[in-house]
Design a binder for this molecule. Sequence first.
Ligand code: UT7
Length: 328
Amino acid sequence: MPNAVTIAGTGSYLPEKVMTNDDLSKIVDTNDEWIFSRTGIRERRIAAEGEFTSHLATKAAEKALEQSGIPAEEIDLIIVATITPDTLTPATACYVQENLGASKAVAFDISAACSGFLYAMKIAKRMIETGAFENALIIGAEKLSAFVNWNDRTTCVLFGDGAGAAVLRKSEEGEGHILATDIGTDGRQTHLLNIPGGGSACPTTIENAAEGLAALSMLGKEVFKHAVTRMKNSANEVIARAGLKPEEIALVIPHQANVRIIDAIAARLDVPNDRIFVNLHKYGNTSAAAIAIALDEANRTGKIKPGDKIIMVAFGAGLTWAAAAIEW
Ligand code: UT7
């Protein structure tokens, strides 16, 4: 029998600086009314100069470790899900390992955009199930403010910075555990959402530096359509595999990209709005960090209690999607 895997602690960290929709209207031709009505976002957090993705990740991880009661030295695996790494190499997870003093942990990053935290959860779960590792730290962390084009109102209003983390370990008798996970990819849609420059396809050069190619580019309407279908299907997949009925679901934590997408998912899953977790009005879309931050907020504010069945579901560039069903 594979080991059952539980979430022993969660943590999150949001940078101090708040950027409101009104603040953005001084930078690009936009306004609070447009942003809020089209997305549900009121404000987002922006990391300080000198505050990198690894710093956000470390702070979130410290809180998750503290809640789990597992010391950093006993962590075997650190996975950081991010599309905004400190450096292309080494992995952001390596900086985090050093910051935490988690010296025995194997540390690496994964790039699955907004689905990254749930991809990391599936990988870590499998590692613990097989007995390869005992304790894993999974982190979603992003400094998207460093990768948005601040002249493009169609994207810069959507994103924010932040990090969330969870500690996974073998579940003891009577504890909750991860019931089911699902991950998927459609590589035919890479053009819908990407950062075209800064990689080997288009390295940043003196000639192209001013073109802003190392910034997020998105075909929003197309992404929207795929997001609803893929998230609905992925959530239904884990609900079915976990043998749950809609009325048994205490909370759905969807990716925090757009409240209209969230409402569309809620309607299709037949779960009432008061059981859908939303915090994107405060943070915008923090990509891989979004579900991790939301999970920690739900946990620390008592929105989820031991025994509750919760669903997390995400969607992002790739295109990627992922879902998890958990008994808390
Ligand atoms: O996390 C990864 C997944 N990403 C997503 O899930 C994003 C999915 N897509 C979306 O959330 C929505 O498509 C957006 C919020 C990005 C855009 O909403 P929309 O309802 O699809 O608006 P639109 O792109 O069709 O733009 C409508 C109008 C356009 O003007 P015209 O052409 O109708 O004159 C835009 O130029 O709104 C204009 N517009 C803006 N106006 C004021 C676009 N951005 C802004 C802005 N402020 N920031």
